[in-house]
Design a protein around this ligand. Structure first.
Ligand SMILES: NC(=O)c1ccc[n+]([C@@H]2O[C@H](COP(=O)([O-])OP(=O)(O)OC[C@H]3O[C@@H](n4cnc5c(N)ncnc54)[C@H](O)[C@@H]3O)[C@@H](O)[C@H]2O)c1
Ligand SMILES: [Zn+2]
Ligand SMILES: [Zn+2]
Length: 401
């Protein structure tokens, strides 16, 4: 079978690999129909994770069940399913409580995923076939036929749609609240989308890639380009000019409420310095979130912070240690949430929003490619080439089979 594998810094290749076989009676073999390339894959591509050369990558996976082990009960050959990027057992202390992003049994670390550095031995899904452990627990069944109008929407249930929803959950977005999202990549765009889905009154989104900001405007978010000046100040000025908001405030309140209730970091440790966009500044977005959030507000760090980070500039950063504006955060009595998304907590609900026509996350998808074009797509996505927002690998042969 064909698979995309890591060959060293900024090198991906499509190579022939043996088709995986079932190892445990609880396993299933999946024939992949669509697989996503994620912003998280770019950390590996950039050499910013301790990833072994030759690893088959890809954690955003959907397809059709080809074969099941003897102990698998709820799915069978021919079922159309999507996988959470988290690999989880379903029976450990954390899985039992719904925290499948912190599964205790599938890896040395308390988390596991397909095709990812430090996340266990699971082969990635940017490949024609993938092995699914504990298939009863890890497969979400989908209606319809491979390649139908929901193919993109359903693929995004593997990661970025639930991840963005989780970001709004950790940032405590509820009806009427104001939100600032940093990063207008797939995760940031869908964080803005989910904020609006949850009834936020105003959603600002910050980036410098104009085509991504335009996409956000289509959803109803307010785009802020950090190359036009300090994004926190831009948001504050806009809120000050909003006379309806100003008139609703009591004396002494006004100047303390020009920030937002909820701030979401959808960028992570490879953030660009707002003042020098060519340079990296890992704590840039944490600083901006701390400044833009109102007192008693919420911050969610959904963008990844990595340790170890072999490509970092200094010794502290190589261990994932970055300075935090802890005084300001404490003064403001801010609540912070962070970490990987427990996809299984949300994917079934979000699937049903898609089926009922209430959510259409697939509108962020910009490109469909064949697997042979993956190395080129990595290069373009990594450059954040204009219009190159979310790339999906389509296995046309698999869909036609
Ligand atoms: N927590 C999770 O479970 C989870 C899941 C998926 C992805 N992620 C992470 O989310 C992050 C975003 O991934 P993505 O798929 O959206 O792709 P992406 O990496 O393309 O998106 C990042 C965006 O941030 C922008 N950016 C860079 N510096 C910025 C700054 N200072 N201010 C505002 N914007 C800035 C970039 O231009 C880019 O558009 C990554 O770190 C990824 O690893 C986390
Ligand atoms: Zn992903
Ligand atoms: Zn578990």
């Amino acid at each position: 079978m064909k698979a995309v594998s890591y060959q060293g810094e900024r090198r991906m290749a499509v190579t022939e690999r043996p088709k995986p076989g079932l190892k445990e009676p609880t396993d299933a073999l999946l024939r992949v129909t669509t697989s996503g390339i994620c912003g998280s894959d770019l950390h590996m591509y950039d050499g910013r994770t301790p990833l072994e050369k030759g690893t088959v990558v890809g954690h955003e996976i959907m397809g059709v069940i080809e074969e099941t082990g003897d102990a698998v009960r709820s799915i069978r050959k021919g079922d159309r399913v999507v996988l959470p990027f988290n690999v989880s057992c379903g029976y450990c202390h954390n899985c039992y409580r719904g925290n499948t992003h912190a599964c205790l049994t599938m890896n040395q670390q308390p988390h596991a995923a397909y095709g990812y550095a430090g996340m266990g031995p699971y082969q990635g899904g940017q490949a024609e076939y993938v092995l699914v452990p504990y298939a009863d627990f890890n497969c979400l069944k989908l209606p319809g036929e491979p390649g139908d109008k929901f193919e993109d929407d359903f693929l995004l249930l593997s990661d970025v749609f639930p991840t963005a929803y989780h970001a709004t959950e950790l940032a405590a977005v509820t009806p009427g609240k104001t939100v600032a999202v940093f990063g207008a990549g797939p995760v940031g765009l869908l964080s803005a989308y989910c904020s609006l889905l949850r009834g936020a009154s105003e959603v600002y989104i910050v980036d410098s890639v104009k085509t991504r900001l335009e996409k956000a405007r289509e959803f109803g978010a307010i785009p802020i380009n950090f190359e036009d000046g300090d994004p926190v100040e831009q948001i504050r000025q806009m809120r000050k000019k909003d006379s309806a908001h100003q008139k609703s405030l009591r004396p002494r309140e006004a100047d303390k409420l020009t920030g937002v209730d909820c701030a979401i970091d959808a960028v992570g440790y490879q953030a660009h310095d707002e003042k020098h966009p060519g340079k990296e500044r890992p704590s840039q977005v944490i600083d901006s979130c701390a400044r833009v959030v109102n007192a008693a507000g919420n911050i969610c760090l959904i963008g990844v912070y990595m340790a170890p980070d072999p490509g970092a500039k200094d010794e502290q950063a190589k261990q994932g240690i970055h300075p935090l504006p802890i005084g300001e955060l404490f003064d403001k009595a801010v609540t912070i949430g962070m970490g990987q998304c427990p996809v299984k907590k949300y994917n079934e609900y979000l699937r049903d929003l898609i089926i009922q026509g209430r959510a259409h996350p697939g509108k962020i998808v910009s490109h469909h490619i064949a697997i042979d074009d993956a190395p080129d797509a990595y290069e373009k996505f990594n450059r954040r080439e204009p219009g190159y927002t979310k790339v999906l690998i389509r296995f046309e042969d698999a869909m036609a089979a």
